[in-house]
Design a protein around this ligand. Sequence first.
Ligand SMILES: [Mg+2]
Length: 228
Amino acid sequence: MKLAALAFDLDNTLINFMLFKRKSAQAAAAAMVEQGLPISKEEAQGRIFQIYSKKGIEYQKTFFDVVYPFHLPLNDAERIQQAGILAYLKTKFAVLHPYPDVPQTLHELRSKYRLAVVTDAPRNKAWQRLILANLAGYFDIVVTYHDTNSSKPAAAPFLKLLSSLALEPSQILFTGDNLSRDIRGAKLAGMRTCFAKYGSIIGMDDSVKPDFEIERFSDLLKIISSIQ
Ligand SMILES: [Mg+2]
């Protein structure tokens, strides 16, 4: 069936999410140490990433958890925590960008296909990221974690995409950086799949075979002209 829509994962597929997390954590660690957190910047940054790996990258009380174990006087703890939060946000606003070729490629694709995002990010964070990256205007459909309360590779987010687009799975090409979540889930739903290799931090999962692979986002243009 003819390709009618392109759907994308958000983090590390459209936007350079890990760069933003790393730079923001660095800035937050420096600001907290400057305000009196009694450890080195490197250690503070290490603790931030330990919390992310334990509680998930979307965890919302990271800086509280960094400060809490030191049992500081409440005003000191609050000053340090808020310095961390503000430095994090300031850096987020400065560094949350799409990969360089994303806006132009989406612009070209938009004239021929319907475009959608399916992300495991919470609804508020997904929209913050789309707006900060200047991508909010490109998509007909955005499916966030809160639309189904389940994460890829579960069927629910993909079924939500299908019903929102009112298309058959074979009419959709799904692109994402995570083989076991994006590619596995989209394949199970019957969509064609494209692995965004440039964003992959977990590496290969040999049990999942995408239909296509791209080294950069704009490679999609070639792939699409080859499958029509
Ligand atoms: Mg991703």
